[in-house]
Design a protein around this ligand. Structure first.
Ligand SMILES: Nc1nc2c(ncn2[C@@H]2O[C@H](COP(=O)(O)OP(=O)(O)OP(=O)(O)O)[C@@H](O)[C@H]2O)c(=O)[nH]1
Ligand SMILES: *[C@@H]1O[C@H](CO)[C@@H](O)[C@H](O)[C@H]1NC(C)=O
Ligand SMILES: [Mg+2]
Length: 508
């Protein structure tokens, strides 16, 4: 072999490889064009995010009376639903006051309250005094609330729940919390008081609404064919759901489920490249394509060159590459199943506006039964939020889901509060019948240090009606999940497909 010629040819091959990589770089730069813009700071609150796939139903305010008189408007077969305890009465009242003041004084949707014990007379009396809307109270039987007897009898049941406390898993040591999550995951939609409705709006004690909702969200969902609506989308704590995704993937495989495109919202996809089995196993992230492809091409080029020169021995550089590759292990990603991992993003289910039959039918119910058999509702602390989200991911397309960006909302320390639509505000006009109860309500109404967020110079990306927002940061601005929602609802979004690699160097 003539060493000079060999080296020259190698240089040329490597140059070609580098050129090929440049093309790759361009391809995924284009892929990522939109996302890159925002990926660094996850700051969306000042960005117009509405698209054909999903946008706020009504930006700014409407007059509720004329809205209800529009042709085609029909009140929907819908209810609020809250599972709660007698001790939480003051938080319950505060939620009712907020929702009555900001929405239900104009629409009069009924409430369903559910408890695992009887509601006290005091609870019933005070709740009834807080609204003119119809209220129903339901008490759960042991069958509806408790874990099945054969589970409860197991020694490992109590042990497992206590152990979660020892390991510091949030709420992990509270048996009641596990029951609550299980109830919302697999039972609330079967409860007769809920099943008699087509739509529900889930609420909780101590939530706060910041904007007026002057249109009917149930009607708009129905009119546009939406099935599930949310206000907060964020990451779950890993240690509360370590095996949830493993079971979900098994369920998909066993039942040959073709997921909708919403599925991509909840997974990290490791199907990055195809066409080369070695590279498929080494590349798990887009950022790894370049260096892996270059290495692969160098090795290939050296092998080819050595072969062409009719020599059996490779030069030392070639050997180095090969030895390096041979010594490396395929990277292990512990939670990768079928090339996917749960990205922990989920709709925060303490607020949901959705169709009851989404859960109360076929696939989701089967999914819940499967999860129930796995024991994860007590061996781990699976929340109803990630369970709902993955279940929805099995069934729905992105277009079926609605982000109620215009609903300002707070639960615990997490806040979403939109800017007001500048040129679509109307004065607040109280429903005269509501004024009778509102006096009581206003007395108890929590006073915040209210600040209205101002919009930028030339933009009106506001969507809210009479929002009065607290100072704290918006959840839209501080989590990666929201970026995924932003991506997936873009009109030009396409489901991810692996980049087809063609590493054939023989054509010269
Ligand atoms: N009847 C009844 N209701 C419960 C029980 N545990 C929770 N709930 C209700 O279920 C809902 C969710 O429970 P929370 O304790 O607020 O759970 P969370 O929202 O994840 O936790 P926080 O951030 O502390 O509010 C609330 O409406 C509670 O009132 C229970 O043991 N019995
Ligand atoms: C409301 O929806 C439920 C569930 O689909 C149905 O059984 C019930 O008949 C409906 N009620 C009305 C008044 O339409
Ligand atoms: Mg709560």
């Amino acid at each position: 072999m003539q060493p000079r010629r060999f080296r020259e040819r190698i240089r040329w091959k490597i140059l070609k490889a580098a050129g090929f990589c440049c093309i790759l770089v361009v391809i995924w730069a284009l892929f990522g064009k939109w996302t890159a813009r925002l990926r660094d700071d996850y700051s969306y609150a000042h960005v117009d995010i509405g698209t054909e796939r999903d946008a706020v139903f009504v930006e700014g305010c409407v007059d509720p009376q004329s809205y209800q008189q529009q042709a085609g408007y029909v009140p929907q077969n819908a209810t609020f639903v809250m599972l709660t305890r007698n001790e939480e009465l003051s938080g319950v009242l505060s939620t009712i006051h907020s929702i009555e003041r900001h929405f239900n004084q104009w629409y009069q949707y009924p409430y369903v309250f559910i408890n695992d014990e009887s509601f006290t007379d005091e609870f019933v009396r005070q709740v009834k005094a807080a609204t003119r809307a119809e209220i129903r109270f339901g008490v759960l039987s042991d069958l509806e609330w408790e874990f099945p007897p054969d589970v409860r009898e197991k020694l490992v049941f109590k042990e497992s729940i206590e152990n979660q406390g020892d390991r510091g898993i949030m709420y992990g040591s509270l048996e009641s919390y596990h029951k609550m999550c299980r109830f919302y995951s697999g039972a609330f939609y079967k409860h007769p008081l809920v099943a008699q409705y087509e739509w529900y709006w889930r609420i909780e004690p101590d939530v706060e609404f910041f904007c007026d909702l002057t249109y009917d969200p149930f009607y708009e969902m129905s009119r546009t064919g939406k099935k599930y609506g949310f206000t907060v989308f964020l990451e779950e704590l890993y240690w509360s759901v370590p095996n949830l995704f493993r079971y979900t993937r098994s369920f998909i495989r066993q039942n040959h489920i073709q997921t909708g495109n919403l599925w991509h919202l909840f997974v990290k996809d490791y199907n990055i490249v195809s066409g080369d089995s070695v590279l498929e196993s080494f590349i798990n992230h887009e950022a790894e394509i370049e260096s892996e492809v270059v290495t692969q091409m160098k090795i290939q080029a050296l092998m080819d060159a050595a072969k062409k020169d009719g020599s059996d021995d490779l030069d030392s550089e070639a050997l180095e590459f090969l030895v390096d590759r041979a010594l490396r292990r395929v990277p292990i990603i512990e939670d990768k199943f079928d090339n996917e991992e749960f990205n922990l993003c989920h709709f925060w289910s303490n607020f949901e506006i959705a169709r009851v039959d989404l859960f109360n039918s076929g696939l989701y119910a089967k999914f819940f039964e499967f999860l129930e058999k796995s024991g994860g509702f007590w061996t781990e602390r699976w929340g109803d939020a990630p369970v709902h989200s993955l279940g929805l991911g099995l069934m729905l397309d992105v277009e079926d889901v609605h982000y109620f960006r215009d609903i300002g909302y707070q639960h615990s320390t997490i806040i979403h509060c939109p800017m007001n639509k500048a040129d679509a505000q109307l004065p607040y006009v109280e429903n005269p019948d509501y004024s009778k109860v509102s006096q009581v309500n206003n007395d108890m109404y929590k006073i915040f240090s209210h600040v209205t967020r101002t919009k930028g110079q030339n933009e009106d990306v506001g969507v809210g009606c009479r929002c009065v927002c607290p100072k704290d940061a918006d959840i839209e601005d501080s989590n990666q999940c929201f970026g995924k929602w932003y991506d997936i609802t873009r009109d030009d979004y396409e489901s991810p497909t692996a980049l087809k690699l063609n590493l054939d160097l023989e054509e010269d």
